[in-house]
Design a binder for this molecule. Structure first.
Ligand code: ZN
Length: 164
């Protein structure tokens, strides 16, 4: 079968499908970076872990998948609409992607990784990004997280109640 794209164009197209270095992914990276999270994009974990996670936060033993709403079939999302033609083919294709995502997620969890899936629509506009950044700390929380900053804040908050 002859590819309609040149190899460079093909890998550009596939990388867009895969979701790497897309605008939403870059927005997520800079959001995490601003919040002080450290992650790898092209480290050994990114390359060998099931599903090749987009971002890996080794300190949190957390992986992040940035999923395009269409290709990964974001249920009930307004950005996910099946094309009008060849619906069955698309449906099977996207269902296959969803099942593959689920298998990767299960495998990662079994290996002790915390898996976070962030849909593209969560980075679509300022309101969505604000919503996401407010929730990221709790989304990234888990049994592997040490949170000295949060502990310090609780101690400060307790001070006014001490006197009496
Ligand atoms: Zn979506």
């Amino acid at each position: 079968m002859t590819d309609i794209f040149t190899p460079e164009k093909r890998s550009q197209v596939m990388s867009r499908i895969r979701g790497r270095n897309t605008k939403p992914e870059l927005a997520l990276r800079s959001m995490l970076h601003r919040m002080g999270y450290r992650f790898t994009v092209n480290g050994p974990h990114n390359r060998v872990l099931p599903g090749k996670p987009d971002l890996v936060l080794p300190k949190y033993r957390t992986v992040i998948f940035m999923h395009g709403c269409f290709w990964h079939g974001h249920a009930y999302c307004k950005n996910f609409r099946l094309p009008a033609t060849r619906r069955q083919w698309w449906q099977a294709k996207i269902e296959g992607n969803r099942q593959r995502d689920q298998r990767h997620e299960d495998a990662l969890r079994a290996m002790g990784w915390h898996v976070l899936t962030i849909w593209e629509c969560a980075l679509r506009n300022v309101a969505a990004r604000d919503w996401l950044s407010a929730r990221l700390p709790s989304l990234l929380g888990g049994p592997f997280v040490s949170r000295p900053a949060a502990t310090a804040m609780v101690a400060e908050d307790a001070t006014p109640y001490r006197a009496g």
